[in-house]
Write a protein that binds this ligand. Structure first.
Ligand code: NAD
Length: 296
């Protein structure tokens, strides 16, 4: 079992750290929030007063922070903790951030002889609690192999996408496609309803036809077509519009940088940001269906 430092114990990081404790690792946690720290302490993690204290002597340093600026702030610059991390440690950043920031952090740590991988996740809070996350890793193959010791206790599917930064790129490609599928499925379903079709019958037809996709199979956005999905529960739970809008912003930035043409992704971002600004940020992302539905 390993000595692990875990920094960032929010909706995702908290349950991930607890799964490591349950697997028998010696976890030392740090978060700016005392409430978040208390939660993991109650489950058996040791807590540190600072990030620098948490990482001292750790074999694995895992971070799960909101955005790129937090990750850069943690590891780089004058107030960064790189100097406190052991040269033998592997740093694993699981936050969803832009690939450029991941590469900068990786290069900064490498310059000090410290190994780094980016390992963003898919699977949401439910997956974090159940230990069934998908990890999409960028970094050396040897570091990916080493990371399995801890990633395997927090997730079920572990992918090696390529060099440092590749995990972030793969994750935003996936989420950009997911948002496009969700918007397209929503507008098709509503057009059917507007023309007198039962959305359940139309969903069954499209599921056996060429319009079949993940949202129709597992996450139908039209209320009451499928049980146990956010659309049948007032769009509560699931993956928030705020987070989808964030990921689509990252996708757009990446596309601009690589001069990729992503018209569908750009449109999906605009729609999700408008939906967010209309006050739907905390709803599940399948609530984009409401944009097309007729007010009754
Ligand atoms: P969150 O806001 O719930 O948690 C972030 C935590 O980081 C907070 O507890 C905050 O206090 C802490 N923090 C911020 N700066 C810190 C610092 N400098 N030092 C220590 N702690 C600090 O966010 P979350 O939902 O857990 O998401 C974390 C990351 O996971 C984000 O990058 C998000 O995009 C990604 N993600 C989230 C989901 C999801 O469904 N929530 C799914 C996949 C990926």
């Amino acid at each position: 079992m390993a000595k692990v430092a875990f920094i960032g114990l929010g909706n995702m990081g908290g349950p991930m750290a607890i799964n490591l404790v349950k697997a028998g690792h010696a976890v030392t946690a740090f978060d700016l929030s005392a409430a978040a720290l208390a939660q993991v302490k109650a489950e058996g993690a040791a807590v540190a007063a600072t990030a620098a204290e948490a990482v001292t002597g750790a074999e694995f340093v895992i971070s799960m922070l909101p955005a790129g600026k937090h990750v850069i702030g943690l590891y780089s610059g004058e107030r960064g903790i790189a100097g406190n991390i052991s040269k033998d440690a592997l740093v694993i950043d699981c936050s969803t951030i832009d690939a450029d920031s991941a590469r900068k952090v990786g290069a900064g740590l490498a310059a000090q002889g410290i190994a780094f991988i980016d390992a963003p996740v898919s699977g949401g809070v439910g997956g974090a609690k159940a230990g069934t996350l998908t990890f999409i890793v960028g970094g050396d193959a040897a570091h990916f192999e080493r990371a399995k010791t801890v990633l395997g206790n927090m997730g079920k599917n572990l992918f090696h996408a390529g060099a440092v930064g590749a995990g972030q790129v793969a994750k935003i490609c996936n989420n950009m496609l997911l948002s496009i599928l969700m918007v397209g499925t929503s507008e098709a379903l509503q057009m059917g309803v507007d023309n007198g079709l039962d959305p359940k019958v139309l969903s069954d037809i499209m599921l056996k036809s060429s319009g079949r996709n993940w949202t129709l199979e597992l996450y139908n956005p039209c209320p009451d077509v499928m049980p146990n999905v956010p659309s049948s529960n007032g769009y509560q739970g699931g993956f928030m519009v705020d987070l989808m809008a964030k990921d689509l912003g990252l996708a757009l930035e990446a596309a601009l940088q690589s001069q990729s043409s992503t018209p569908m992704g750009a449109l999906a971002r605009s729609l999700y940001v408008a939906h967010q600004r209309a006050g739907n940020g905390k709803l599940d992302f399948s609530s984009i269906f409401k944009l097309f539905a007729k007010a009754n």
